[in-house]
Design a protein around this ligand. Structure first.
Ligand SMILES: C[S@@+](CC[C@H](N)C(=O)[O-])C[C@H]1O[C@@H](n2cnc3c(N)ncnc32)[C@H](O)[C@@H]1O
Length: 225
């Protein structure tokens, strides 16, 4: 068995955790606080996050999508595959090192999505964008922790509370979709989405692109028209 090798690490701002990038042969792993945030061999549910959200806005040829965060670029690549030539993807990534990894050792994994002209990468906290924007996006895809609890960055808790969900609601165009990835279900979060005014679907999806592996949860929360 080839041992894991630490390639690089980066500290989340404030009192945030350290993200570590490991490699074992052609396999990569991003870990935070001893927990695997992402493995390059398992990305079915990260793809599904984009595929499911894009399917709900397929009638919008010039759709504008906000994705947080970049990770290994799978969600971004899947969104690009679903969007037409006039579509636009803004990726908010908290850690500049993750963007650097995606332009370097991780670039090939998802097929170099950052080279696509339709993509803009902002090295920032997605919360900053959500606080500023009004009716700017057709879909917002959120996969920044292991679920609706701050893991990478304690202040990510704001995103999943009432204020963060209201900001996401306001940043969406009418009938736009907020899609949130999680390792497991969370009934209180489902309830909060509904209380914010979203029409909520909670889906259980397979972890692997081949349809196997464990199950992850994706919420598709639609802002009414
Ligand atoms: C699980 S990974 C995302 C995986 C991604 N869906 C993919 O397909 O590879 C989480 C990413 O979110 C980033 N992140 C964490 N908090 C963030 C925030 N508040 N704003 C933007 N990015 C954030 C992390 O640095 C990490 O790159």
């Amino acid at each position: 068995m080839i041992p894991w090798q630490l390639i690089d690490s980066a500290q989340a701002p404030g009192n945030g955790e350290e993200l570590r990038l490991y490699r074992r042969g052609s396999e990569f792993s991003i870990r935070v606080a001893g927990c695997e945030l992402m493995n390059s061999r398992v990305h079915g549910s990260e793809d599904a996050l984009a595929n499911l959200a894009c399917a709900r806005i397929a009638d919008r040829p010039a759709a504008s999508i906000l994705i947080g965060g970049l990770g290994m670029g799978y969600t971004t690549a899947a969104a690009l595959q679903r969007l037409g030539a006039a579509g636009r993807v803004t990726v908010a990534e908290l850690l500049p090192a993750v963007v650097k990894w995606n332009r370097g050792p991780l670039a090939e994994l998802a097929g170099h999505p950052l080279l696509d002209d339709r993509v803009t990468v902002l090295e920032t906290d997605i919360a900053r964008i959500l606080r500023m924007e009004q009716q700017a996006y057709d879909a917002i895809l959120l996969d920044v922790d292991n679920g609706p609890v701050g893991l990478t960055h304690r202040s990510n808790d704001w995103l999943y509370g009432q204020a963060g969900l209201e900001a996401a609601f306001a940043a969406l165009r009418p009938a736009g979709v907020l899609a949130v990835w999680s390792a497991s279900p969370d009934r209180a979060f489902t309830r909060r989405l509904g209380q914010t005014g979203f029409e909520v679907e909670e889906l259980s999806v397979r972890a692997r692109e081949t349809g196997g592996g464990g199950r992850h949860t994706i919420w598709l929360a639609r802002r009414p028209s």
